[in-house]
Design a protein around this ligand. Structure first.
Ligand code: BGC
Length: 760
């Protein structure tokens, strides 16, 4: 196939319709007559799940072996786009080697509730982290000539009723939280395909949502690839194509192709809509088959990469009295079934067959150079206590200076397809922990879980907690590296660990009822909620310890340009003040108030990972733009920045801000845009407004001040729109002048926004 237009022109109506749905579970239909080959899709996202032709869809059993990299929950904790680009490139190579042309990932849906059964497949509760890291994965995959599929577009944040539920979300929340990561990834990494989600958004199926698939995705963001449906997500094929969905997957056995043909013939579907999808599909097929050269992948090298990556994903949550790292020669017991039966990936469509699998126990023994004693302590297939297993573990722990206790969620507790109902570890595991801790041994807890678990009920029994999430096939080795100090931990939480489920932002609105889930918490998701209510958290967004320490100093903030060409350069010095080399994630939050809408206390706008030898420092530089200060104005339906003072906060987590600078934003948009319908108090809220009303509200000579300008009246009349007030006999205000007066006040307020910055 050389010329897309020419090839498209040679296809019959039936062939064009047929091209827009799958031939099998995983592949598109070839059209041999005009030289159009089939292409193959495969999950996705943290490894290539190349199923045989008669594959079992959600099962992994028969897939070809491929490297199981850490799933997104762990990758998100690396906060490292360069690392994710390398993972993406390795995934792309494996896809090539396994004859897969489009890999179904990454998934960047926001972790709205910690209960979502698929949170292990998603990167963060924050759209900036999800967007930047998702874009890096896409970049890496596509650098190998393999397409990525950015999913699940959009607002797919739960598994309960996922094929029908309507996510009911206001536009500001959509734009600022649920679409922002997709927007970033689409604009910067240009994925070849985007996958439309199962759910409805405000009543309309995502696969049939013209505003999402065409207005926003293509017209606003410039997406020029193929929109593919999630598997069996299409409800009405004609409506879907009309809305901008190009490819229905998997096969519909031809039934929906016939619907498209009929709709084109009876002209309920414009032929141009089908033609546009065909052109986009032919472009994808051409791109994906351009370089058919066979590629092999080096499985041992990818396993080593998986170990290196996993080592940068695990998070040291707690480390009292420098319990970790342990000395390999010390007296150490290893406890917990998960040490020899690791959980390293989540269940469902992303599940793959690894090329090899590291067991933490074997890896700890290998690094220690000795047969460390082990007791399983509990069973994974039950929550019931097993007193003999507990006794055996207690005896081992009593004889050891330190016990490494592996705890986590059993496979059955979380999966694609259903949500969790609580945040707790199994009771038998907690009983084991108490038994081990009662011996006086130092306790290191290592966690394996795809969704967060609360630590508040048991963390007093642990001297150190290492949160591994799900670390992929080489996770066992990576955990051993961290436990023995070969690797200094540098993972940071990309999602808040709550104290209790009822504290979580979506608690009252998750997972909804009667076919609807109301996103009542609005933009206050994750740390945006906890910081707004100043509520307790188990561990804050961005938190993670290291075996060394870092100092932050010398903040500078420089401003140039104004309005949409505003550019803010932030620099800060970060110094390794401890005794080991280490990595720090430097986080930049913006706190921009608005007099118009309630905004989060702070929002992450930039981050960077620095690698520092002991005693060394580095100046980290960030660029922020107009959009980093903006919110989506619901009334005006556009991004807005007002002339306010905003704080720039640099720190090590959302709750550990080390440096703060203040900028007065040089924008023409007044702090508050005044109209004749603005209330009296708003008119009086700026010096310019006050001056104008004092000048205009003139009672007859001899009466003194206008009665409404006395202190008492200003309060009682504060909520009256000026247009109405002007009708009052005592207002002494000419209703015919109000438009002109509003313009005068707005001009004066906008002009007040002169550039200026200060740091503290
Ligand atoms: C999942 C997608 C996946 C697809 C193909 C669906 O059930 O939601 O993420 O890519 O199946 O396996």
């Amino acid at each position: 196939m050389h010329d897309i237009a020419e090839t498209a022109g040679r296809l019959t109506l039936q062939e064009r319709a047929a091209l827009t749905s799958g031939a099998t579970l995983w592949s598109t239909k070839p059209v041999a007559r005009v030289g159009v080959p089939a292409i193959r899709f495969s999950d996705g996202p943290h490894g290539v799940r190349r199923q045989p032709v008669d594959g079992d869809y959600l099962g992994a059993g028969h897939s070809a072996p491929a490297t199981c990299f850490p799933p997104a929950v762990a990758l998100g904790a690396s906060w490292d786009p360069a690392l994710l680009r390398r993972v993406g490139a390795a995934l792309g190579q494996e896809a090539r080697a396994l004859d897969v042309q489009v890999l179904l990932g990454p998934g960047i849906n926001i972790k709205r509730s910690p209960l979502c059964g698929r949170n292990f497949e998603y990167l963060s509760e924050d759209p900036h982290v999800a967007g930047v890291l998702g874009a890096a994965l896409i970049d890496g995959i596509q650098s190998q000539g393999v397409g990525a599929s950015l999913k699940h577009f959009a607002v797919n944040n739960q598994e309960t009723d996922r094929l029908r539920v309507s996510a009911d979300v206001d536009e500001r929340t959509l734009r600022e939280i649920y679409l922002a990561g997709f927007e970033y990834a689409v604009k910067t990494a240009r994925p070849w395909t985007v996958m439309a989600a199962y759910n409805r958004v405000n009543g309309v199926y995502a696969t049939q949502h013209e505003w999402l698939l065409t207005t926003v995705l293509r017209d606003e963001w410039g997406f020029d690839g193929v929109v593919v449906s999630d598997w069996a997500a299409v409800d009405d094929r004609v409506a879907a194509l009309r809305a901008g969905l190009d490819l229905e997957m998997p096969t519909s056995g031809g039934a929906t192709d016939a619907e498209l043909v009929a709709a084109t013939v009876d002209q309920t579907l414009k032929p141009a809509a089908l033609d546009a999808s065909v052109r986009r599909l032919l472009t994808l097929i051409q791109r994906a088959t351009r370089d058919p050269g066979a590629v092999e992948f080096d499985a041992p090298a990818h396993h080593r990469l998986a170990r290196e990556v996993a080592g940068q994903c695990a998070i040291l949550l707690k480390n009292d009295d420098a319990t970790l790292p342990l000395h390999p020669g010390g007296s150490i017991a290893v406890i917990g079934e998960l040490a020899r039966t690791p959980r390293y990936q989540g269940a469902g469509s992303s599940q793959i067959v690894p090329t090899q699998l590291d067991e933490p126990l074997a890896e700890l023994r290998a690094l220690a150079g000795t047969e460390l004693p082990f007791a399983p302590g509990y069973r994974l297939d039950t929550r019931e206590h097993a007193p003999e297993l507990e006794d055996e573990a207690r005896t081992l722990a009593a004889a050891a200076e330190a016990s490494v206790v592996f705890l986590g969620l059993p496979d059955a507790d979380e999966s694609e397809g259903f949500d969790r109902s609580h945040l707790n570890l199994p009771a038998n595991q907690l009983a084991l922990l108490r038994a081990v801790a009662s011996t006086g041994t130092r306790v290191v807890v290592v966690l394996s879980n795809g969704g967060v678990v609360t630590t508040s009920g048991w963390q007093r029994h642990a001297d150190a907690i290492l949160e591994g999430f799900l670390l992929g096939q080489a996770g066992g080795g990576a955990l051993a590296d961290i436990i023995f100090g070969v690797v200094n931990p540098s993972g940071r939480l990309a999602e808040t660990i709550p104290v209790r489920l009822p504290d979580t932002p979506a608690y009252l609105n998750f997972p909804g009822e009667l076919g609807h889930v109301r996103y009542g918490e609005g933009v206050f998701v994750g740390y945006r909620h906890y910081d707004a209510v100043d509520g307790p958290v188990g561990y804050a967004f961005g938190h993670g310890l290291s075996y060394t320490t870092f100092d932050y100093s010398d903040l500078t903030v420089d401003l140039t340009g104004r309005d949409e060409s505003l550019a803010v350069t932030v620099t800060a010095r970060v110094t390794n003040t401890g005794s080991r080399p280490g990595r720090e994630i430097v986080q930049v939050y913006v706190s921009a108030p608005s007099p118009v809408v309630r905004r989060p206390v702070r929002e992450l706008r930039a981050f960077d990972k620095v690698v520092l030898e002991p005693g060394r420092g580095v100046v980290v530089r960030f660029k922020l733009g107009w959009r980093d200060f903006a919110y989506f104005h619901p009334g005006r339906s556009r991004w807005t920045v007002e002339a306010v003072s905003a704080d720039i906060q640099v720190g090590a987590s959302s709750r550990d801000i080390r440096l703060t600078g203040t900028v007065r934003l040089p924008v023409t948009e007044p702090r508050l845009r005044i109209t004749p319908d603005s209330v009296f108090a708003d008119w009086l809220s700026t010096p310019a407004g006050e001056a104008v009303l004092r000048r205009e509200m003139l009672p007859p000579p001899g009466m003194g001040h206008a009665p409404f300008l006395t202190p008492g009246s200003r309060r009682t009349m504060g909520s009256v729109p000026l247009r109405r007030m002007a009708r009052f006999p005592g207002a002494y205000l000419d209703p015919g002048k109000l438009d002109r007066l509003a313009a005068e006040v707005n001009a004066a307020n906008g002009a007040a926004g002169s550039p200026d910055a200060a740091v503290s």
